[in-house]
Design a protein around this ligand. Structure first.
Ligand code: NIG
Ligand code: FE
Length: 419
């Protein structure tokens, strides 16, 4: 496929100080730099990007493409990488949405058996096939909105059988959709009703039964824990991460959404690939993240939907940190997987520039799921996952026109999957 367009993408760049050499990400002031080529071609073959550059480089060569897409006036960007979702779930929770409008807080709803436990009950009553069908609709929805790679968590099972059921649905999505998918085991999402008042015993179950089962079936790449006020403590999180490590599960954790929970420091200590949410982040947390391998991952859709405070993204970037963006697509705190809208929240509310936001939602979010060597930017040898915008006046128009559908087509693995 060749295109004739503005090709815009994070450069592979120098690895940031103190990071793993083999993985790309962009940090601090480099995030403002989104290299682009005007009037460009992009050549894809066998699912990969094989060449790109200014159109003039193509003249005189004898490239014979099977499919040629003219993208004049459009932008070609790396497909979005959404590194934090819970898009396998049963039903929806608009009842709680209205309860919140009437004044209940997220924590109050959780204490009444709503929230995550509500979704766990529904999931228990839903067959694996039905759960897959519901999740497939969401997977196709996000593809149409420009997402090419996504991380999906378990965590609405909260017993061994239902957690495995969720992870098998994720595996089936991997096999049947063009998305690149990474799976995360999140047994420690909430304490299930059956263990009410017996949280340490539930942690035992996670450590002694669930993680070994997940590990033996090879159903997840990552382990997560909701390390926050009212959910799991730092000590419990450490136990869970250590158990996960025995099965090669790398940590990616929910931290500091509801309080200064210490979760960021725990994540850094255990070489988490990412710590996510971070609405409660102060100087000590920023210091802990500096020079670490852990990507601060921000989920502004959740703060928007819950009407809560946003993480200090500007301060993080100005301190030299990288940041990644993800949707947190889930039924309780962010019922949307629209990454273009996440770009709008990042720019309008968190004051990232459009270039920073695109870097955060592509290369850095690819890093957050351990795939930035193959995803998240336009580079030779990378997977041919790109989105083509409609005709727009500049890249800035993308987050600016915050409800317009500006995604013209989506190419994943070199195939047009949405148009
Ligand atoms: O990322 N923070 C914890 N978990 C989800 C919410 C899940 C739910 O309410 O169903 C989140 O916001
Ligand atoms: Fe989440």
């Amino acid at each position: 496929t060749t295109t004739d367009a503005n090709v815009q993408s994070a450069s592979s760049g120098e690895p940031c100080a103190g990071t793993e050499q083999f993985r790309d990400k962009v940090c601090g002031k480099d995030m403002a730099n989104l290299p682009s080529i005007k009037d460009a071609f992009l050549l894809m073959e066998d699912g990969c990007i094989v060449a790109y550059g200014p159109m003039c480089d193509l003249s005189g060569t004898d490239v014979q493409a099977d499919v040629v897409i003219d993208a004049t006036g459009k932008y070609v960007l790396p497909a979005f990488c959404d590194s934090h979702t819970h898009l396998v779930y049963a039903g929806s929770r608009e009842q709680e949405f209205v309860d919140k409008i009437k004044g209940l807080s997220y924590e109050e709803i959780a204490r009444r058996g709503g929230g995550i436990l509500n979704s766990a009950l529904r999931l228990h009553e839903t067959s694996e096939d039905e759960l897959y069908d519901q999740a497939l609709v969401r997977a196709n929805e996000i593809i149409g909105m420009g997402t090419g790679a996504v991380e999906i968590k378990s965590g609405y099972g909260l017993n061994t059988g239902d957690e495995l059921k969720m992870l098998r649905v994720i595996r089936r999505l991997k096999e049947t959709t063009p998305l690149t998918i990474r799976a995360t085991f999140l047994g420690a999402h909430a304490v299930p009703a059956a263990y009410k008042g017996r949280q340490p015993e539930y942690v035992d179950l996670i450590v002694n039964e669930m993680i070994p089962a997940v590990g033996q079936e090879g159903l997840a790449e990552f382990v997560d824990c909701f390390c926050d006020k009212g959910f799991f403590t730092c000590a419990e999180t450490e136990r869970i991460l250590e158990a996960g490590a025995r099965y090669g599960l790398r940590p990616k954790i929910h931290a500091n959404e509801l309080a200064l929970s210490g979760g960021i420091q725990v994540g850094v200590k255990h070489n988490a690939l990412s710590v996510d949410h971070l609405e409660f982040t102060e100087d000590a947390e920023i210091e802990a993240l500096k020079g670490s391998v852990t990507m601060p991952t921000l989920l502004p859709g959740a703060a928007f939907f819950l009407g809560m405070k946003y993480p200090p993204a500007r301060k993080m970037i100005d301190s030299g940190l990288p940041v990644a963006l993800a949707s947190d697509y889930n039924p309780g705190s962010s019922p949307s997987g629209n990454m273009k809208f996440i770009l709008s929240l990042a720019t309008i509310i968190m004051k990232l520039t459009p270039e920073e936001a695109v870097n955060a939602a592509t290369l850095n979010s690819a890093y957050s799921m351990g795939i930035s060597d193959s995803h998240g930017s336009i580079g030779t040898g990378k997977r041919a996952n790109v989105l083509i915008t409609k005709e727009i006046s500049s890249l800035w128009y993308l987050p600016y026109a915050y409800t317009s559908n500006l995604i013209d087509s989506v190419i994943l693995g070199g195939k047009v999957v949405s148009r």
